[in-house]
Every structure is written in C-alpha cells, then in structure tokens.
Design a protein around this ligand. Structure first.
Ligand SMILES: [Zn+2]
Length: 196
C-alpha cells in the first residue's frame, strides 16, 4: 500500500486532559534572534483544554509538511493566516483541543506559534507524548523548502533543543514515527543531515 503524502493526523485520546487553560511556557525566542508570531496574531479561537493533555516537558521534536496545494511564491501574511485558520478549522472539526502542531513555518521563513507548548500536540498517531510538532507550509514531496524556511527551522530546532534539553537524535520526520510520507522527500533529507 502506498503511503499517504498528507500528514494524516488523528485526535489525541481524551484521557488525562487538562482541566483548564494553562499559563504559557516562556521561551526566549528573541535571544536566538527569532521572531515568533503569537497565536493571538492569527486566531481568536479559544482552545478547548478538556481535549488536550498537559505536556509536562518535551524530549523529542517531529517535523511535518502541510502537503496539499503547492504555492510557488512565498505567501503574504494574510494568506498564511488563511492557511493557519484552515488547518485549525480542520483540526477543530476533528475534535482536537486546538490546532495540532506547536509551530508553523511559512515559505518566507516566518515562524507562527500554534498550540501552546503547555499542551501535548496532536500530530503523530500515538506518538504525541513529549513530542513538539513543527510543520512547514508547503508540499515537500514536490517542492523544495526555501532557504529562509530552512534557516528558521534550524534556529527554532536549536532553541527548542536547548530549552527542553532534547538530544539531536530525537529530532524526527513524521515518517520516522508514523505511516506517512510526511514531511516529504525534499525536506526529510535535511533532518537526516542535521542528525549526522
Ligand atoms: Zn506529518
């Protein structure tokens, strides 16, 4: 059976859910020269904590692509916000507590905060525990990630690794952990390269 190109997410289990909205975890993005656009910049939807687990720390990171459409040019911010909202709508309808990923990187290299790091993500079947979800906007079965995107990804991964003490070999592509081609054959080698 051919593996799907799409990310192919499923909801997290509803056991051991967070009972209330939790205060955010402070990550010093500016120290790394990173600008991370806060979740409030692109949505007013209030997360449903009862559908999320409290994360309690992280020891691995998984990289994804959004797949689907292939925008050739880097998107202007309003278009990225549209894309973020369409992912959120999809995940909301699947009864997730919030968008499933923790970060999205667009093709201009902008970083967008998604689900708060206070909560476990919903991005790999049965592998969300202590696992930060980072998604790159684009279809990397077909297109190449941009230099800006790769630069931002490397900086973000470095910062997250230092913040949560995550070992280099604990950075994965979705395909390492689940039945998917995600994050695509033009992005996945970068992750392997990073680890070697
Ligand atoms: Zn994925």
């Amino acid at each position: 059976m051919a593996l799907p190109v799409s990310c192919g997410l499923i909801p997290t289990t509803q056991a051991a859910v967070a009972k209330r909205l939790l205060p955010p975890i402070d990550v010093d993005y500016a120290k790394e020269g990173l600008v991370v656009s806060p979740r409030a910049n692109w949505t007013t939807m209030v997360p449903r904590p009862w559908r999320m687990r409290e994360a309690g720390g992280f020891d691995r990171i998984t990289v994804h692509h959004t797949a689907g459409e292939v925008p050739v040019q880097p998107l202007a911010e309003p278009k990225v916000i549209e894309a973020l909202n369409s992912i959120l709508q999809d995940h909301w309808q699947r009864q997730y507590g919030d968008i499933g990923y923790h970060f999205l990187l667009d093709r201009a290299g902008r970083i967008w905060e998604c689900r708060s790091l206070v909560y476990e993500g919903a991005h790999v079947v049965d592998q969300n525990e202590r696992n930060i979800g980072v998604v790159l906007l684009g279809n990397y079965e077909i297109q190449e990630p941009t230099g800006e995107q790769v630069g931002s990804l490397m900086k973000l991964l470095g910062l997250l690794r230092r913040t949560f003490d995550i070992k280099l070999h604990r950075i994965y592509g979705h395909r390492d952990l689940g039945q998917s081609l995600c994050p695509g054959r033009r992005l996945y080698p970068l992750i392997e390269q990073l680890k070697s």
